[in-house]
Structure formats: structure tokens, C-alpha cells
Design a protein around this ligand. Structure first.
Ligand code: C2E
Ligand code: MG
Ligand code: MG
Ligand code: MG
Length: 290
């Protein structure tokens, strides 16, 4: 299985999480230089409905360190967050993703793209305006961009976060609540955040088919989200049984290695084209068949 082979076949560097060790500072400097040199890449992972239709693509940052090999995003995002480099990384990701969206749209591929933003970004003054200006500069309609946030945005100055998110949705950008169910989940957050999509964290999805409690948590989350008018996406779907359970629980879309891992831009383009061909005349013919 391609994606898994790729992952296990790759060396993933993990720095120790013990503050500003020389290692960490070294990585930070290297990351800053990699961003300036354009050596950080985005891969794209599809979000797909149970009818097989592509609902969108999530941009996931990829960095291959010249000496250490691939560094996990969890690792260098944490470093960027604690060092002040995060706004720069987010600008880079937004810029790269929007340029790609413009290329795809010009080629008739209209899938919206989701970009992960950190709490730090949401609290950066002028963030909403800068996103709107960037969209305009790339000629991308705001509805083609989604921003994935986590509940952590509400930890510090919830009112300011809510104002920024309201400004973004006011511009027409869609918000998605990522990793739902981890950490600080609360019904108050759901009411307070102007999100249109909720993503159930992989930790609940992974054991859905074998753990009755996880299944119940997912069922309740889907029902709650739907009663609030939100779409529900399940993260980390790796097998058919989980896919079937999620469909039966009326989840709206899935993301995971079962469908596709995150792919480089060219591979994503080819994947989208294949999907389009499969969902086009083929599906119509199948539907018309007796
Ligand atoms: P996330 O936003 O929750 O992204 C989902 C993570 O799960 C990704 O890991 C994805 O590659 C992985 N994944 C997808 N499908 C499967 C599956 O079926 N099984 C398993 N086991 N894993 C799956 P990745 O790319 O390593 O990213 C980790 C986290 O780093 C992301 O979690 C996100 O929080 C953060 N991140 C990634 N790119 C960016 C970015 O551009 N900006 C910011 N601020 N954060 C980012
Ligand atoms: Mg995400
Ligand atoms: Mg997530
Ligand atoms: Mg997650």
C-alpha cells in the first residue's frame, strides 16, 4: 500500500521536546532559511463524500531537511509556534496554496483548499484583512478557501479570536474546526466559533469499528454537529469497515489513507482528473443501468 510504504520508508526526525536545545535552535534557523529559499512544500489530501465526490483538499506542509530527512510537521510547527516564526510560515503556506488554487481553477478543477492556521495567526492583528487581500491578489473567490482552526484559538483572548473569525467569515472564507474532541472540547466553543465544518479527530475515528465507546462519541458528535447545521468530516480513515460505520452514522465526508494520503501538487492534479473521469460519464452510465 503506497502511502504506508512511503511513510514507513521515510526517515522521520524527532527532536526532543525539551525547550530551546541547540538542536531546536538549529532546526529553527534551518526552517527559516528553507522558507526563504522556497524549499518547504505543500502536499494535498482530499476530503471525499460518501458518494465519492471530492469536497475539498487540505494543504499539509512538508519539509525535507537536507541532512536529517523529513521532519514531521508536528515537530517544526511546534518550533515555529514557540519562536515567532509562525506568522511567516502561515503566510508562506497561504501564498503557496492560493497560487495552486488559482492554477487548478484555471484548469477547471474547482475543489476548495483548506489551510491549517495556528492560534497565533488568529491573534495576529490584521490577519483577516491580510487573508482577504491575498485572495484578491490571486483572483481566488473567498469560498474556495477554508481555514482549519482548533479550539485552542479560544484559550487566550476568546473575544478577539471570535472577532477575527467573524471578520474572516464576513469576507466569505469558510472555517473548519479541526481535531474536534481533543483537549478543550466544549459546547460553548461550538456556539462561539463561526465554523461551518467540524473534523472529528483521528483518535476517535481510528478505533471506531472496534471500540463501542469511541463509536458512541462519534455518533453523538455527528448528531450534535448536524443539529447545529455543520458538516462533519472524519479524519484518519484507514479501512473499509471504518468508512462503512461513518457512512451509517451519517458523517458527511472522510479523509484518510483509505482514500488518499497527502500528495504533491502534480500527483493531486492527476488524482483529481481521474476522480472527475470516474464520477462523470461512468457514474451516469452506472446510475442509468437497470
Ligand atoms: P491535521 O491538520 O489534523 O492533519 C491531519 C494529519 O493526519 C496529517 O499529518 C495527515 O498526513 C495525517 N493523516 C491523514 N490521513 C491519515 C490516516 O489515514 N492515518 C493516519 N495515521 N494519519 C493520517 P501531518 O501532515 O503530519 O500534519 C500533522 C499536523 O501538523 C496537522 O494535523 C496540522 O495540525 C499541522 N500542520 C500541517 N500542515 C500545517 C500548516 O501548513 N500550518 C499549520 N499551522 N499546521 C500544519
Ligand atoms: Mg487540519
Ligand atoms: Mg485534524
Ligand atoms: Mg488531528
Amino acid at each position: 500500500y503506497q502511502a504506508k510504504r512511503d511513510r514507513s520508508g521515510c526517515e522521520v526526525y524527532e527532536a526532543k521536546r525539551d525547550g530551546n536545545t541547540p538542536d531546536r535552535l538549529g532546526l529553527l534557523g534551518d526552517l527559516r532559511r528553507a522558507l526563504d529559499a522556497g524549499d518547504v512544500e505543500l502536499h494535498y489530501q482530499p476530503k471525499v463524500g460518501f458518494d465519492g465526490r471530492v469536497r475539498g483538499l487540505e494543504a499539509l506542509v512538508r519539509w525535507v531537511h537536507p541532512e536529517r530527512g523529513r521532519v514531521s510537521p508536528d515537530e517544526f510547527i511546534a518550533i515555529a509556534e514557540s519562536s515567532g516564526l509562525m506568522p511567516h510560515l502561515t503566510e508562506y503556506v497561504l501564498e503557496t496554496a492560493l497560487a495552486q488554487v488559482a492554477v487548478w481553477r484555471a484548469a477547471g478543477l474547482m475543489a476548495p483548499v483548506a489551510v491549517n492556521v495556528s492560534p497565533r495567526d488568529v491573534h495576529t492583528p490584521g490577519f483577516a484583512g491580510s487573508v482577504a487581500a491575498r485572495l484578491a491578489r490571486h483572483g481566488v473567490p473567498p469560498g474556495a478557501l477554508q481555514l482549519e482552526i482548533t479550539e485552542h484559538v479560544l484559550l487566550e483572548d476568546p473575544q478577539r479570536a471570535a472577532d477575527t473569525l467573524a471578520a474572516l467569515t464576513g469576507h466569505g472564507v469558510k472555517m473548519s474546526l479541526d481535531d474536534f474532541g481533543t483537549g478543550y472540547s466544549s459546547l460553548v466553543h461550538l456556539r462561539r466559533l463561526p465554523v461551518s465544518e467540524l473534523k472529528i479527530d483521528r483518535s476517535f475515528v481510528a478505533r471506531l469499528a472496534i471500540d463501542a465507546e469511541d463509536a458512541e462519541i462519534v455518533r453523538c458528535t455527528v448528531d450534535l454537529a448536524h443539529s447545529l447545521g455543520l458538516l462533519v468530516v472524519a479524519e484518519g480513515v484507514e479501512d473499509d469497515e471504518t468508512w462503512e460505520r461513518l457512512r451509517d452514522l451519517r458523517c458527511d465526508a472522510v479523509q484518510g489513507w483509505l482514500v488518499a494520503a497527502a500528495m504533491p501538487p502534480d500527483e493531486t492534479t492527476a488524482w483529481l482528473r481521474l476522480r472527475e473521469a470516474a464520477a462523470g460519464p461512468g457514474q451516469a452510465a452506472a446510475a442509468a443501468a437497470p
